[in-house]
Ligand binder design. Structure first.
Ligand code: HEM
Ligand code: HEM
Length: 170
């Protein structure tokens, strides 16, 4: 079959899947409350910060080259675009809010052995609102990514438009 699918650049495809794995990993290694202070979940920090580190080159790739899927003007297509934009926003806001929350809890953050500066002054007592926003955003991205995956599979196997191949490394 001739290849009619506009693919995303390979680097963007690789970043898409590494990011998906890192988000799942960060979610799976998340901890809340006192435990975070007693024994900071380093793996959670590392996976989450990897998401942040990858989002900038990803946006550059997205904006400069390769496939720019035009989903059209149909309301569903606009919803798909808005969903992707929201996913991007969460990929930035989630790690930053986590880093901020850790700082408020007086927990040091490091990435690959490098100690990062605190984003906020430590709070006395309970963690602030940013920690709560971070936790809710953590659930939201999982929900949204799940919906996103279902839609991708719907395109692939019901509409049969080869959407998954746009995100295939081969
Ligand atoms: C945490 C997990 C995930 C995140 C954060 C995520 C995020 C994104 C984002 C932001 C885009 C838009 C790319 C762009 O146009 O710049 C995208 C595209 C895409 N994603 Fe995901 N994704 C995740 C998981 C998945 C999974 C599990 C699947 C498949 C089952 C999938 C399949 C796709 C496909 C096929 C596209 C291309 C859509 C198109 O070109 O129109 N994603 N993803
Ligand atoms: C994609 C990235 C991330 C996801 C999906 C995520 C998800 C979550 C979730 C779901 C929780 C709540 C856990 C619970 O209450 O049991 C949490 C807590 C937390 N996360 Fe993240 N996180 C991410 C990135 C980060 C990063 C980069 C940092 C720090 C550098 C961080 C620091 C924290 C801290 C300090 C808490 C505890 C907040 C509290 O106890 O009030 N997170 N995270």
């Amino acid at each position: 079959m001739p290849d009619m699918i506009a693919r995303h650049p390979k680097a963007l495809v690789a970043i898409h899947w590494i990011t998906a794995a890192a988000v799942l990993g960060a979610w799976a290694t998340a901890e809340g409350g006192r435990e975070v202070v007693a024994e900071p979940p380093l793996l959670h920090f590392t996976l989450g910060l990897a998401v942040l580190a990858l989002v900038l080159p990803r946006l550059v790739l997205r904006l400069t080259g390769g496939a720019r899927p035009d989903h059209g003007r149909h309301p569903l297509a606009l919803a798909a675009g808005a969903g992707h934009a929201l996913l991007y926003a969460l990929l930035i806001a989630l790690p930053l809010s986590g880093w901020y929350a850790a700082s408020q809890m007086g927990v040091g953050v490091q990435f690959l052995g490098v100690h990062l500066p605190a984003l906020a002054a430590p709070l006395q007592g309970r963690p602030g609102i940013v920690a709560e926003v971070h936790e809710s955003a953590g659930s939201l991205i999982l929900l949204l990514a799940g919906l996103h995956a279902v839609m991708a599979l719907w395109h692939q196997f019901v509409l049969r438009d080869g959407t998954l191949r746009r995100m295939s490394l081969r």
